[in-house]
Design a protein around this ligand. Sequence first.
Ligand code: CA
Length: 245
Amino acid sequence: MNQWTHDSMQASKRFLVIEDEQDIAELIALHLTDLNAEVTQIHNGSEGLDLALARSWDAIILDLRLPGMDGIDVCRSIRNQGRSIPIIMLTARSTELNRVLGLEIGADDYLTKPFSSLELQARVKALLRRSSVAQQSLSKTDAETHIVHGSLEINKKNRIASLNNQTLELTATEFELLCFFAEHPNVVFKRSELLDRVWGYHHQGYEHTVNSHINRLRSKLEVDPSSPQYIHTVWGVGYRFQLVS
Ligand code: CA
């Protein structure tokens, strides 16, 4: 196995970087180590998938084009195993980004190369903030963490959402997005506002990340995703969550 590990005495986070270009992988690892994280690099898609599933990670940085198995299949396989590990996908061009977003493979965020160390760190921090918000809800009371709208139930403490008593298989970001909507029914949000409030950052040009996640969430939540009852598109503005009794 072709892999290096950066260890830190106080490492509190564990990141997996799956990237075949070793200089880029090394650079990413350096930037993440600055965040007091233990970083493992791997340069092959299928070995990366094995490692992603074999241990627990706080986040995975996953390149799109990889030998062994491409990043799209790695991401899909992780999600098909029911794993909600936060995943940031790296793409080489914005045209690639658009293609990947169209596939809705379940990544939490996307970065187009080349990106700055600050941009990478901001995205990773935002991702960790989202998962720590989820952790914080563990200390709240049931009333604070339980949302019920008709047949939709969300338990923020257990991170479980269900519809008609059927558990919805959601990624961390999809879960956060659903919680945010359910806590703000009937309010219209712009894509940029959703990026700010749910993703924790707003970078110009990443609004399509929102569309992609909404489509995935609709495919899991709505009886007929093409005619949604819960998440309505407000043309030219954004999205609105409607209570369904
Ligand atoms: Ca590559």
